[in-house]
Write a protein that binds this ligand. Structure first.
Ligand code: OOB
Length: 587
């Protein structure tokens, strides 16, 4: 990737952030001025000429999520919108979901939550997830989409960094008491005004059932505009703490519309939400929101295993769902072994979040009797799908092609020179639903985006003659643990906090089930007494992190291998652990 070559078929489209009419900010290190969200210095949005282009092309249609649900409720209010098998088998129609969103929105206003306020949301796959999300959308308050796995360190950071006014939790879920977590968060973040508990005994906090008021209160309240931020997603992350991604109504609704179309959704579609609902994949690819956009039905799956999911597919007539590769493996094995459940309603299985191996991909159709649709997406924007009518070879060997004709794809070498079609290089992208920068992060934005607004995905890809992308690897310092992203630097910082640790380097190691797991290489301080591997694991766990970030393996060394210019060679560390695993897989 170091050779300089001619421009590829998809050359960089020149276009500079000139006069935009938006707030402008003198760029970092001589960069052109960038358009920013008013009131959010350090948070870039699309320059006006791009916004105009996307509107003229019909991508951005001036819709908002609040109005979208209202329109669907008006068109087919008595159709079931969401089924919650865990929540007493609740089935809410579009009219009910709309009314609940309204009442909760009014209740939030009464609590003092207003347009533009940030609210950290940590709800599992329940009907309330959609109720609260649409309530926030309706008043223009911004959900910050935390995952159920996050713990006090991450949640306190989101609350603090986003200056959240409220935090919404489930009560007790999956054997974990989120009310206790909320107490810890409150102790760390005094600015947090409200903790709202969605279900069960709220303890000292506010029950969601009490966050309700006459929807008439909404009439005078300021409504969000389509080009304004709708919510903040989390980045998979490569840095010390996860970054926040601002998505607008306009851009996200376009990605939903495109996704729903490409995945063949309509009013008869039944989407099973298996992955954590807050993640971008089950939220929008085509996900719960894409399904509601298309007028279909969402079934919230409380547990991803076949024992829970297969009976639900049969009972609810599920037509489409999305899985990460490790789960897709489990489902195919289980179905191939004979389940006793009728899965014939299932037409499309989306698999993404991490690379799905060709061998595993080939087993999907024979085992589950449905079409595989590979999806290669990112919370920052760009989503690629194999198409339902692509030849089987394309479906099993590629990760799809972009949603939009206006998604600009560049594949470049290490010096940002475009490579010819077929060559493997760094994927850069820009387009109508790919953000121009992270939330309040000018330093990170300078590193993660080019001066003309392309996002550096950190993925290493090649493009086939048909325009499909194949993910070949990754240049970012991240471990993809079966779709769950672990930023090496974040975990390294936690290990470094241990008094006996001198240095730490976290790398991926191959794993037959998850694809990758994490290995922490550690150098102890000279003079530090003996430290066990388990002590490092216990220490990181005690730091209050999502369990998937705790190292799967710890190796002690006296020194790290270094690159030619004296940096730690993670490539050598990856090779060393892979070799160890080959020699003694069970060590
Ligand atoms: C999805 O979103 P994120 O933000 O959790 O992670 C994005 C990263 C990509 O940059 C890539 O490194 C990896 O996850 N990835 C894949 C992949 N899909 C995502 N790598 C290889 N093959 C794939 N099919 O993971 C996400 C967002 C929307 C839809 C689907 C996945």
């Amino acid at each position: 990737m170091t050779e300089h070559t001619e421009h590829a078929e998809y050359p960089a489209v020149t276009g500079h952030a000139g006069h935009t009419g938006h707030a402008e900010h003198a760029g970092h290190a001589g960069r052109p001025a960038v358009a920013e969200y008013p009131g959010h210095p350090g948070t870039p949005t699309w320059p006006a000429e791009f916004a105009e282009r996307y509107r003229a092309a019909g991508h951005w249609r001036g819709e908002t999520f609040g109005r979208m649900l209202r329109e669907r409720a008006a068109a087919h209010g008595d159709r079931v919108a969401v089924v919650d098998p865990a929540g007493d088998g609740r089935r809410w129609t579009y009219a009910e979901l709309d009314e609940r969103a309204d009442r909760t929105a009014a209740g939030l206003l009464a609590l003092g939550v207003a347009k533009g306020d940030r609210v950290v949301l940590q709800l599992p796959n329940t009907a309330e997830f959609l109720q609260v999300v649409f309530a926030l959308f309706r008043i223009g308050a911004l959900p910050v989409f935390a995952l159920p796995a996050h713990r006090v360190t991450e949640i306190a950071h989101f609350c603090e960094f986003a200056e959240a006014v409220a935090y919404v939790v489930p009560g007790v879920h999956g054997g974990f008491d989120y009310r206790v977590l909320a107490d810890e968060v409150r102790a760390r973040v005094p600015g947090l005004r409200h903790v709202i508990v969605a279900d069960g005994d709220p303890g000292a906090h506010t029950p969601l059932s009490a966050v309700t008021a006459d929807p008439a209160a909404l009439d005078g309240a300021p409504a969000p505009a389509p080009h304004e931020m709708a919510f903040l997603q989390l980045s998979g992350g490569t840095t010390g703490v996860p970054k926040l991604i601002p998505r607008t109504h306009d851009d996200y609704l376009y990605s939903l519309r495109g996704s729903a179309e490409i995945c063949g959704l309509d009013g008869d579609s039944v989407y099973l939400c298996v992955l954590p609902a807050a993640h971008n994949f089950p939220l929008s690819s085509p996900g719960t929101l894409g399904t509601l956009y298309a007028g279909g039905r969402v079934v919230m799956c409380p547990d991803p295993g076949p024992d829970t999911a297969f009976p639900l597919i049969e009972r609810e007539g599920v037509t489409v769902t999305g899985l990460v590769p490790p789960l897709a493996l489990v489902w195919t094995e289980s179905a191939a072994a004979g389940t006793g459940h009728d899965l014939s309603s299932l037409k499309v299985l989306l698999v993404g979040g991490a690379k799905f191996s060709e061998e595993a991909a080939r087993r999907v159709r024979p085992a589950l009797g449905c079409t595989l649709q590979q999806v290669f997406g990112m919370a920052e924007g760009l989503v690629n799908y194999t198409r339902l009518d692509d030849p089987e070879e394309v479906i099993v060997t590629t990760q799809g092609r972009p949603i939009s004709p206006d998604d600009e794809i560049r594949i470049v070498d290490d010096a940002d020179n475009d490579l010819p079609v077929g060559a493997t290089g760094h994927l850069l992208t820009r387009g109508p639903y790919t953000v121009r920068g992270y939330y309040r992060a000018p330093g990170h934005n300078a590193a993660s985006f080019t001066a003309d607004g392309f996002y550096r995905t950190g993925d290493v890809v090649r493009m086939t003659e048909t325009g499909h992308l194949v993910v070949e690897g990754r240049a970012k310092d991240q471990i993809n643990r079966g779709g769950e992203k672990v930023a090496a630097e974040e975990v390294e910082n936690h290990i470094l906090a241990h008094p006996a640790v001198h240095d730490a380097a976290v790398v991926s190691m191959p794993d037959p089930y998850l694809g990758e797991r994490t290995c922490a290489w550690v150098i102890l301080r000279s003079g530090a007494g003996p430290v066990k591997r388990s002590e490092i694991v216990r220490f990181v766990r005690g730091r209050g992190l999502a369990a998937f970030k705790v190292p799967d393996r710890v190796e002690f060394v006296d020194a790290f291998p270094s690159t030619g210019i004296g940096k730690v060679s993670k490539k050598d560390l990856r090779a060393a652990i892979a070799a160890q695993l080959r020699e003694a897989p069970r060590a």
